[in-house]
Design a binder for this molecule. Structure first.
Ligand SMILES: Nc1nc2c(c(=O)[nH]1)N[C@H]1C(S)=C(S)[C@@H](COP(=O)(O)O)O[C@H]1N2
Ligand SMILES: [Mo]
Length: 225
């Protein structure tokens, strides 16, 4: 109705982001907003390292535990990826360019026990996050030391961070120091503090409460009159 138009417009919500074309929209998970900036998020203080003392320890369900120096990692086959990243605080950033070694290329240098199904990523300062081994073996999962052609900045995880772009970004641990192979799954820091164990942004797996799905016919079994 004409007379209602002004009222209707007043009540319409102002779009808080420009509309994206279809292709970009398809890449943006539900409930996320695109940003060009690169927000910095973490718990605790940015660690400082002397690279000559730094190493990465691989342990747990492996035939032989190993530690790699930064130089040894850089001597492995180098991979460049371009990934969309999605933080559970609702920002997403498209086409982020990373360089490092593929998780799967590192695994090739190890004898992992066949019972290993899950991985705990250990990072400074006191941070852990868990991911299924199968997911880490995907081609765009990197242990990265470069972002946008330059060494990672201290705040973004120098010297080494995980990039596991298919999950919310808290799984992409900065300042990683250890990779633990496990038979059974175990929850990491955020996974123990109310966040989802898997964390697929396209399924909007944000919170641990989202892990308990309500069957669609649940209501049929309750009392009714
Ligand atoms: N070691 C460590 N890694 C971490 C975190 C942290 O607290 N400690 N926070 C995670 C979270 S919640 C996010 S969103 C991303 C942020 O990475 P960025 O600061 O490079 O954007 O780092 C992840 N990796
Ligand atoms: Mo986050």
């Amino acid at each position: 109705m004409q007379s209602n138009k002004a009222e209707r417009l007043k009540n319409a919500r102002v779009p808080n982001k420009p509309l994206l074309d279809e292709e970009l929209q398809r890449r943006l998970p539900p409930g996320q907003t695109l940003t060009d900036s690169f927000p910095i998020l973490h718990e605790g203080m940015v660690p400082e390292y002397d690279l000559s003392q730094w190493n990465l320890r691989i342990f747990g369900e492996v035939e032989e535990e190993r530690t790699f120096t930064f130089e040894q990692l850089q001597d492995m086959p180098i991979t460049r990826t371009v990934s969309d990243i999605h933080c559970v605080t609702r920002w997403s950033k498209f086409d982020t360019p990373w360089e490092g070694v593929r998780f799967s290329d590192l695994v090739q240098q190890m004898k992992i026990k066949s019972e290993a199904r899950y991985v705990m990523i250990h990072a400074d300062p006191d941070y852990e996050t868990n991911v299924a081994l199968e997911e880490l073996m995907k081609d765009d999962v990197l242990l990265a030391w470069n972002y946008d052609g330059k060494p990672l900045t201290a705040k973004h995880g120098w010297p080494l961070r995980l990039i596991v772009p298919q999950f919310y970004f808290w799984k992409s641990a900065k300042w990683i120091r250890g990779i633990e192979f496990m038979k059974e799954d175990r929850r990491g820091f955020w996974e123990n503090h109310g966040f989802h164990n898997i964390a697929d942004p396209f399924k909007e797996e944000r919170f641990s409460s989202d892990e308990y799905e309500m069957p669609e016919d649940e209501w049929k079994y309750c009392e009714a009159d």
